[in-house]
Design a protein around this ligand. Structure first.
Ligand SMILES: Cc1cc2nc3c(=O)[nH]c(=O)nc-3n(C[C@H](O)[C@H](O)[C@H](O)COP(=O)(O)O)c2cc1C
Length: 245
């Protein structure tokens, strides 16, 4: 399996030691790519809206950001590692996420799974892991696993917990099985599905939803919804379509 690791810490220390342990459970034939956001030197998002309105290729930082997006496309599973900074993700990771805001509008990673690894001194790990989790779900990610740990002045890591969760992640990535999405994900999908084709200003969104054919489905077609969630998606779309007239 192919794994991409994105490190949101400016250094390779606490969170990285957790990632290193997780890597030992991802199979002997695993291929890894690493993105150290500190080295990427992505300029701050300048809020020009070009990625959303005109297409991501028009982002002034496209040449720096897009190779990372291509690596996500390449990977079967991604690992996002991040320490808690001031009760949030690091500015490095947030700045990367800001550059991917267009993917909320045009989600594409429906066959991807992720492992989120968060470390902290003592607080904030749950909220930070959940925020990363939520971001990935907006990108379309199928399943997200979380490993969180408070170092609290210690050096050692929670090896047993890391092994347990990373083994599950690896087994799931290898299975290539696609899980049924959460209700919230179906709602978000159908908000964009109803909104994008009607928009005269968001031409890129309209083009994406129509050209991929996603506009015709209750959720990404490769993901099996089951009868009840499919029906839910249909009802949601019907309502949203009327509301957004
Ligand atoms: C600028 C900065 C802000 C931090 N903010 C918090 C915080 O709000 N809460 C907390 O418990 N730990 C905080 N920490 C501690 C780190 O989250 C913790 O040491 C983490 O394990 C560092 O991971 P790393 O070695 O991978 O960078 C902060 C550390 C730094 C450098």
């Amino acid at each position: 399996m192919k794994y991409l690791i994105i490190n949101g810490s400016p250094r390779k220390k606490n969170t990285w030691s957790m990632v290193k342990q997780a890597k030992t459970n991802l199979g002997e034939d695993a291929e890894f790519e690493e993105v150290q956001l500190m080295k990427e030197k992505i300029p701050m998002c300048n809020g020009c809206f070009k990625c959303i309105m005109e297409g991501e290729e028009n982002c002034p930082h496209h040449e720096t950001v897009n190779p990372i997006i291509e690596k996500i496309r390449w990977a079967d599973g991604i690992i996002i590692a991040c320490p808690v900074y001031a009760m949030n993700v690091t500015a490095l990771l947030k700045n990367f996420f800001d550059h991917t805001a267009y993917i909320y509008h045009r989600p594409e990673f429906f066959d991807k799974k992720a492992l989120v690894v968060v470390s902290t001194a003592g607080a904030g790990q749950k909220d930070v892991a959940n925020y990363i989790d939520e971001t990935l779900r907006h990108w379309g990610f199928n399943k997200i696993y979380q490993i969180k740990y408070a170092f609290g002045g210690k050096e050692e890591i929670n090896t047993e917990e890391i092994n347990k969760i990373s083994q599950k992640f690896h087994k799931d990535v290898s299975s290539k099985k696609l899980h049924s999405p959460k209700i919230g994900d179906i709602i978000f999908y159908n908000v964009w599905r109803a909104m994008a084709p009607k928009s005269d200003t968001m031409k890129k969104d309209k083009e994406y939803w129509e050209s991929t054919g996603l506009v015709n489905y209750e959720f990404a077609p490769d993901v099996n919804l089951g009868i009840f969630k499919k029906l839910f998606g249909k009802i949601m779309y019907f309502i949203l379509n009327r509301v957004m007239k």
